[in-house]
Structure formats: structure tokens, C-alpha cells
Write a protein that binds this ligand. Sequence first.
Ligand code: PMV
Length: 366
Amino acid sequence: MKFENLYRRDYGKLKQIVKFDGVRKVGWRSPSNIALIKYWGKRDFQLPQNPSLSFALSKSFTETTIQYYFKSKNGISLDFTFEGNKNELFEKRVNGYLNSILDFFPFLNFLHLKIESKNSFPHSSGIASSASAMSALALCLVSIENDLFGTLKNKKFFFEKASFIARLGSGSAARSVYGGYSVWGKHPNISGSDDELAIPFGIEVHPKFQNLQNAILITSSESKKVSSSKGHQLMEGHSYANARYEQAGNNMTSIVKALQSGDEENFIEIVENEALSLHALMMASKMGFTLLNENTWRIIDWIRHYREEKNVFLTFTLDAGPNVHVLYKQADKSKIEKALRSDLIRFCENDKWIDDQLGSGPSLIT
Ligand code: PMV
């Protein structure tokens, strides 16, 4: 556990906080991300069973600000408001999370935190917010450490620790601290990749895949009947577990090549295989279930037909839910959007969809 030991050992000495007067403030806007190679199944504490690859979204993000001041009484202390309202459920969760990461941020014992958080997308839109929320919070925490102790001036170390800390809150959040494509989980062909934290993809991506558009079609905004944590758990002892981890590794090898060479056909094959495998695993798990609905399938069918008929780069991926992430190129935007409005909107709940795209990653709120 290279990074765990590094962060524990190096920051142990910070238990002696430097007392300061007044209130300080930090804030980060951090995006959600969509995985092309899926993380599904974990081991030990929040470590992935296979490597995953995603890209940052642009318009789906969380903004979190923290005001903090010194207090001498030892112990985590916070107020949490979500979209302007006190939210006791979230406050309790954040309290538990902060207590669980005290070994890495012992100084939190001596601060009172006033945390305000809001999302760019509606809470009940069916968009998972854990990646953007946990990465925004983690970025604020590493910023506080750096502000108080100057220990994370090196940009690479700053974002690596943010990714490590975000991962402890939600696995996929580890990838949200970077813009563009990022990788979490060790893979032999990606140098520096690691199970403990995500890294930027680091390999030149072909221009074809540099400005991917992502229309998120909301077929249902209901909350999931089976949570992601439960889904990860169901991979333990799953009959297909080992085959899945091998498949993910192989798909990662292939997508790295496709991203570099601009091989659209292979890209589509891998991305759709990953999306459907994720949901096939859910169906084949002990408590067999599906998160997809009939409109998910209608949209998938339509995408495949349209691609065939028009010979255009158009594909889809799915998160742990029924909403479809439609992927296409910027150059085809007006054509695809027109088709989407005329043929697909009717499968969306209250005509809801989000016009998103590959984004440049988190930014500091000044
Ligand atoms: O980060 P979690 O525990 O919510 O798991 C997310 C899993 C998927 O979104 C389905 C895939 C992924 O890699 O993001």
C-alpha cells in the first residue's frame, strides 16, 4: 500500500496544527465522469478488481466550498448545506467519511468546517453525483492541507492525494480529479497506473476522440433499486467474476490502442461491450436484477440502426442506471441533435436530456 503508507507517515506530524485566527475559505468545481471501461467489483477497502477508464464531463459538476476556522476542542465538527438547505443525511455521511480519513488529515480534528455544496444537474435527474461530490470535497480537503502546511505545492502530488482521498469516498470519484481521460487501477500497458489512485491517461489521444460529445438521455430519474455498493458486493463469489476482470483488462488493452490510433470501429465495439457486460453482470448476480427499462433498449436499438443506416460515428454507454450516454463527434453535433430531438426525446422522462461533452476537469472557485 504505497500511497496509503506515504500519506499516513508523511502527514502524521501534522497532528500539531498551526493555530490561526479568522475564517478561511476554499472551493472547487469538480465534474462527474463517465466510464468507458467499467469498475464493477472491489476488494479490501475501496480497491478495484480491474482497471477502469473514463472521461470527465463538462456540464455535470458539483461545486463545494468550505469555510474553516480553528477550534481547540478535538473532534470532527461540521455544518453541511446542500443547494442552500441544511441536509442532515448528507452531513451525517460526510461526518462518517471525514472520521474515516483522519489518519491522512489529522488536522481536521482542530477545525470547524462549514460546507456548502450544489450540483449543476437536478438532484433527481438520475445522474450519479457521488463522483463529482466526493472529488469536489476531496479537492477542498487537500487544498486546506496545502493552505495550512504547504505540503502539496507540487501539482502532481496535489491531484494524486486528492484522487486517493476521493477514492475512499466513492471509487469512481478517484477519476474525477482530472480533465479528459483518466485511468484508475493497475494495467501493464499504462505506466504509473495504480489501484490506490487515478492518473491522467497520459497517452496522446487521437483527435477523433478529443472532443467527444455526450448526450445523456434520462429515461428515469427514480432512485436505483439496487445501489452501486450492493452491486460491487454482489461481484464477490459471482460465477463470472474472474472472467469479467480478465475481460476488463483485455478491453483496456484494446481501447488504449483504439484511442491512440483513432480506430472508431474498435472503440464502439469495446464501449458497447463494456456497457452491456456491466448490466449483464447485474442480471447474472445472485440476486439477479436489472436497472434498465424498456426505453433504454429502444434508445440502444435506435442508435445501432441509425449508425448502420447513416454510417456515422455514434455509440452509447451506460452507467449503473437506465439512462443512456450517447457518444458522438463534435463535427456531427447538429445532425445528431436534430435526430435525437425528433426520434429519441420521446423515450426520455419529461423530455429530459443533458447536452454534455468531454470536459477539462476541476477548477478552483475563487
Ligand atoms: O464509484 P461507485 O462505487 O459508485 O461505482 C461506480 C461504478 C460504475 O459507475 C458503474 C462504473 C464506473 O467505473 O464508474
